[in-house]
Design a protein around this ligand. Structure first.
Ligand code: DLL
Length: 432
């Protein structure tokens, strides 16, 4: 553990700490940010009404469009001169989301990342190759901050120039890789093309995140790279990576740094707070940040929470591995489907590569889903009849497990665009 005091705190102590920080933060945003004052006033709630952690539920929600409407600094509580860093998320549509940090915010981020890396078994003797995008994206500089905090030797390679990544890993003897899971696959594939056996290299651990990936994908990466794959979760609005991390238990849950961010699960339609163990939309409140503390931010990530003392010794609240965002959920023949469910199935098919895209088309009044997945080169060579057989087998497996009819196409090797950051796995062709 990096910080035994907070990572293994009793629930009572943690909640007392959270209450104090929540009260401070509510008063801070009410005083400093006109947007929040208006939101609080409209709901008839004042910072003084927070008398217990449960009173968090009295506060207003914040959504992505609030950030866009107040771009760039409408939700910032401090003068620009008091900021030491401004990150931004690309945002697929419209304006980006800004992520400003005071010096204190940035140092806390470093602490949260140090906890993450320590939990992944990374220490001061490690040489880490940081292949997350190194710029406005919080991945690269967030991981750098964490690695700096624990005293690793960092190779800030950034994403892209994949051949060079492999050469650096070999030449510098890197023991750790930071990257998105999909970029890690790209690296593994490139190494194979170069005749480099990744399993022979000193790389032993990976700290991966920034996009949904299944447990099956984790196993695939571990096998191809000959490493232990760990996971980090976070979002620009809350600090970036460092919000939650997995531990040696790898029980399908991540620990939330709940002394920094309080988590709730709500029903995305009724906005009602759901009890522990129920699945819904994850909502976070940043209780220690000063530049842009989010109040009840609706992440759109779907998960559930669990409180228990973990076998790793941490007591930090757990969230289930995020397998999808409400935005990515497809509704096919009335069935809710996450792309990750399809990923789980594809990864169990030995004839195909873990490279796929989902395409949604209009079929009359209904939506139809098709899946393009790359055949392994040796399978592709066997010709059409074999490919048809594989396609048919995947189609019936998807029908059996998820309960939807899809059209599967085995496409030629290397025909799907490779990811250097977050993979784009869903194409909506309904309006094309
Ligand atoms: O992706 C921060 C990050 C960087 C996390 C590096 C982990 C590692 P954004 O670009 O703002 O920030 O995207 C945030 O990405 O709401 C989730 O939908 C998704 N996401 C992030 N980590 C995971 C994960 C960074 N481990 C959005 N599993 C979040 C599933 C993830 N989804």
């Amino acid at each position: 553990m990096w910080d035994e005091k907070f990572e293994a705190m009793s629930t009572e102590e943690m909640q007392a700490f959270q209450l104090e920080k929540l009260q401070e933060t509510a008063a801070w945003v009410y005083d400093k940010i006109p947007f929040y004052k208006k939101q609080f006033d409209e709901l008839g709630v004042a910072p003084g009404d927070i008398k217990a952690v449960e009173d968090l539920g009295k506060l207003p929600f914040t959504v992505k469009t609030d950030l866009r409407d107040n771009y760039p600094f409408g939700l910032c509580a401090v003068d620009l001169k008091d900021l030491v860093r401004i990150h931004a998320s690309s945002g697929t549509t419209g304006k980006p989301i800004t992520g400003p940090y005071t010096r204190e915010d940035r140092d806390q981020w470093g602490e949260c990342m140090a906890r993450t890396l320590t939990s992944h078994g990374i220490g001061p003797d490690d040489i880490v190759q940081n292949a997350y995008g190194m710029g406005l994206f919080t991945g690269g500089l967030g991981f750098l901050l964490g690695a700096d905090t624990i005293g690793c030797t960092v190779v800030p390679s950034g994403s892209g120039m994949t051949e060079r990544q492999i050469t650096l890993m070999e030449d510098f003897g890197c023991t750790v890789l930071f990257a998105t899971p999909s970029y890690t696959l790209t690296i593994a594939e490139k190494a194979q093309d170069m005749g480099v056996d990744m399993r022979e290299l000193p790389v032993r651990v990976g700290s991966f995140g920034a996009e949904p990936w299944t447990v099956e994908m984790r196993t695939e990466i571990e096998e191809r790279m000959g490493i232990k794959a760990h996971e980090a979760y976070g979002l620009t609005e809350l600090m970036g990576p460092g919000v939650a991390f997995d531990c040696p238990a790898q029980d399908g849950y991540l620990h939330i740094n709940e002394d920094h961010v309080m988590a709730e699960i709500i029903d995305p339609v009724t906005e009602e707070v759901l009890p522990l163990g129920e699945k819904g939309e994850l909502v976070f409140t940043a209780i220690q940040r000063r530049a842009m503390p989010m109040i009840r931010y609706r992440t759109r990530d779907i998960t559930e929470l669990k409180r228990e003392t973990c076998s790793c010794g941490r007591t930090l609240l757990k969230m289930k591995k995020v397998l999808g965002r409400s935005d990515d959920m497809l509704i096919i023949s009335g069935v809710n489907v996450f792309p990750s469910q399809v990923e789980s199935i594809l990864l169990e098919v030995p004839e195909v590569e873990p490279q796929y895209v989902l395409i949604i088309r209009k079929k009359g009044y209904l939506d139809a889903l098709s899946v393009d997945v790359e055949a392994k080169p040796e399978v592709y060579e066997l010709g059409e009849e074999k490919l048809k057989e594989v396609e048919g087998a995947i189609e019936s497996r998807i029908r059996g497990v998820i309960g939807i009819g899809v059209k599967v196409r085995c496409v030629p090797p290397k025909s799907i665009e490779r990811s250097e950051g977050k993979a784009k796995r869903v194409f909506d062709a309904r309006n094309m």
